[in-house]
Ligand binder design. Structure first.
Ligand SMILES: Nc1ncnc2c1ncn2[C@@H]1O[C@H](COP(=O)(O)OP(=O)(O)O)[C@@H](O)[C@H]1O
Ligand SMILES: N[C@@H](CCOP(=O)(O)O)C(=O)O
Length: 325
């Protein structure tokens, strides 16, 4: 369930009126998601139905939200198919509902592709590269709040909950990632706004075509390579085993590089960044699993999955990436 705050039809109607989005016809709580309260809202305007998503932010506040919401607007204005936050008469896109920060965005068509083929991975790769290029002139900056400083803070918190072999892997990998982050190759990596959580459940497809992607609330300013690694570790991995799937990874990388060729430092650091991407989600899943927030996390994701991915990435750093040869 992902309705932590009940929104009445009257409250939703009032906001939709203020935003001039039409007359509320239907308000439905959305089941998926683990962070925020989400509703689908259907309105009628000029005799036509329009569909929106109303989100109440349960954890993020006015310090962090403008970066995410303005990034979505910036990308939408440049033709990237992401939800477009709707403004009020003053141009504000961050609203208040039930005393919580809230946003209204357009509903994307399609549904998630949870068993992707190489063609889906190629579509995601090309779209990610387009997003990176479209974000180059975005003028706000906010660090990836789930980046290296957070890993350094959080690993000691989760260590008491894991066995000795897992503790060794966590400590060793964290030391390795701190070392990589201090290297000259790392300093040469191109950076910009990244999505940082572009998993299968955050991308929509319809009839095999990518129709959009959403959930920008882990976005931040970071290396583009980190975004690539996060995608490869989800879209191009066999979920039961955590094994790299070469044909999907190849399709993803070819399509990405077709829009934005990778720099030499990116090719050099991809194996290390694949480990970083696996470490990031292993840590957050351990943290969510062993130290759940009150009521919010009803279905923690399985931490063991990213432990398996990380072990494979450490064991076989030279994954075959033909697109980069
Ligand atoms: N703009 C959108 N268009 C269509 N569906 C959306 C949109 N935003 C959210 N959803 C739906 O709501 C669900 C939960 O959204 P998500 O952003 O993943 O929530 P959370 O941030 O709580 O994890 C998604 O799985 C999707 O089905
Ligand atoms: N993708 C992350 C968790 C983030 O959840 P989301 O529902 O907000 O995408 C993971 O799989 O650990």
């Amino acid at each position: 369930m992902a309705v932590f705050t009940e929104v009445s039809e009257d409250e939703a109607r009032a906001l939709l009126h203020t935003l001039k989005l039409g007359e509320l016809r239907e308000l439905r709580g959305i089941q998926g998601g683990i962070e925020n309260t989400n509703y689908f809202a259907t309105t009628e305007r000029d005799g036509t139905p329009h569909e929106y998503v109303l989100t109440l932010f349960e954890r993020l506040g006015p310090e962090q939200l403008p970066f995410y919401l303005h990034l979505m607007k910036h990308l939408a204005q440049r033709g990237i198919p992401v939800p477009d936050p709707q403004p009020d008469a003053n141009g504000d896109i961050l609203h208040t509902v039930c005393g919580k920060p809230a946003a209204v965005v357009n509903k994307l068509r399609g549904k998630s592709e949870l068993a992707p083929l190489a063609s889906h991975c190629a579509a995601v790769g090309a779209m990610l590269a387009r997003m990176h290029l479209a974000g180059r002139d975005y003028d706000r900056r906010q660090p990836n709040l789930r980046g290296l400083p957070w890993w350094n803070e959080t690993v000691p918190v989760v260590l008491p909950h894991v066995n000795e072999s897992q503790a060794q892997l966590l400590r060793g990998e964290l030391a390795f990632q701190n070392h990589v982050a201090g290297s000259s190759a790392h300093a040469a990596l191109p950076t910009g706004p990244v999505h940082a959580d572009l998993f299968r459940d955050n991308v929509m497809f319809e009839a095999g075509e990518l129709t959009g992607f959403f959930d920008f609330y882990f976005a931040g300013t970071d290396t583009w390579l980190f975004d690539i690694a996060v995608c490869l570790n989800d879209w191009c991995v066999d979920l039961p085993t955590g094994a790299h799937v070469p044909d999907r990874a190849d399709a993803f990388l070819r399509a990405y590089a077709g829009v934005r060729p990778l720099a030499a430092a990116e090719r050099q650091l991809l194996p290390a960044m694949l480990r970083a991407g696996a470490l990031r989600f292993w840590i957050s899943r351990l943290w969510d699993f062993h130290l759940p927030r009150e009521a919010a996390l009803l279905q923690a994701h399985d931490p063991a999955h990213f432990e398996r991915v990380l072990r494979q990435r450490v064991r076989a750093p030279a994954v075959s990436l033909p697109a980069l040869r």
